[in-house]
Design a protein around this ligand. Sequence first.
Ligand SMILES: [Mg+2]
Length: 126
Amino acid sequence: MKILVVDDSGISRKMLIKSIPENIRESSEILQAENGLEAVEKYKLEFPDIVFLDLTMPIMDGYDALKEIIEYDAGAIVFVISADIQQKAKERVFELGASGMESKPIKPEKMTSIFYYLMDVISKKS
Ligand SMILES: [Mg+2]
């Protein structure tokens, strides 16, 4: 599996990657991007199975990146992980086509359940 982790904070990316269940992490190719523009470019190049996306980033934020990724691939699986989980932000990301959203930092237990959920989303896709 290919997983794209997008966050402008290197520490956040590292923590997120660490929270991915070990069996999945070790058998996956983990790609990283540090802003929305880089995320869109990497998506088009690599077609990752799952994208974990931050919202507040320089150059291009997560909302615009999500919009562009979904426009490019309506079946993209993008899971938003952000410090901003206000109702308004939630509504907006789901409107744009996100598969889910959680607040950061993500605990490993939470990540395990997110992966169960995402595997289910992937299996229904094909
Ligand atoms: Mg950020």
